[in-house]
Design a protein around this ligand. Structure first.
Ligand code: DC
Length: 220
């Protein structure tokens, strides 16, 4: 069984995908981690992030290994475990430069399909999983949430990670990202016949219950 969960930053898709995978005892594929890993590799060699050819060379040369467990995708770049390092603000800031390079997207989409084939059954999460990468998945979800709910969730996550940032700053940052992202992600999130879920007023438990109920109603 293949389940795709797509959505913008703060929609709750990462937590939902991890918890749903754990509940169903399926491997979890975090595709954002792949874009982040290339950004991490590019940062370590001080590449110019406007130089798409240089970014592509890094994406082609780097040894990127993913280990998909039910609650976590462990990521190695050239043998080094970068699973935590790729979550830093520095990496988050430059990852969109990697994600907007179409040749890198093509490379990673191919990689995701290979990983998917090896895994067989899995929950995958990203922006394009239901629309581009696995359009024939058994269940395709797109999560969304209003700005205020997304800002509050993101603020809680960052505070829990020890980042000293105010809710206002997070909201402003999300607004700016929404403006940049809307052109790029909205078309990718338009997944025909995907199940759309607005999580604005839902707790994560409600979201998981809803997704799990939808999955159990899906013919296999
Ligand atoms: O979901 P995330 O924050 O880890 O994603 C990191 C970046 O990668 C973000 O800029 C969106 C991009 N991304 C993408 O282009 N395609 C995906 N399938 C997943 C993430």
């Amino acid at each position: 069984m293949i389940i795709t969960i797509d959505g913008p930053a703060g929609s709750g898709k990462s937590t939902a995908a991890r918890k749903l995978a754990a509940r169903l005892a399926l491997p979890y594929l975090d595709t954002g981690a792949m874009y982040r890993a290339i950004a991490y590799a590019a940062l370590s060699v001080h590449v110019d992030f406007e130089d798409q050819a240089a970014l592509l060379r890094i994406a082609q040369q780097v040894d990127l290994q993913l280990d998909c467990g039910p609650t976590f995708t462990r990521v190695r770049v050239d043998g080094q475990d970068v699973s935590e390092a790729i979550r830093s603000m520095d990496v988050s800031t430059v990852t969109p430069y990697v994600a907007r390079c179409q040749a890198i997207r093509d490379l990673l989409v191919q990689r995701q399909r290979q990983l998917g084939q090896a895994l067989g059954s899995f929950v995958t999460e990203g922006r394009d999983q239901g629309s581009i990468v696995f359009p024939k998945a058994d269940k395709r979800f797109v999560l969304e949430a209003g700005l205020e709910a997304r800002a509050q969730r993101r603020h809680q996550e960052l505070s829990a990670d020890g980042e000293d940032v105010t809710l206002d700053e997070v909201r402003t940052n999300l607004c700016a990202r929404d403006r940049v992202d809307s052109k790029q992600w909205e078309p990718l999130l338009q997944s025909k016949n995907a199940h759309l879920l607005d999580t604005t007023h839902m707790t994560i438990h409600d979201v998981i219950d809803h997704l799990a109920a939808e999955v159990s109603n899906t013919p296999r």
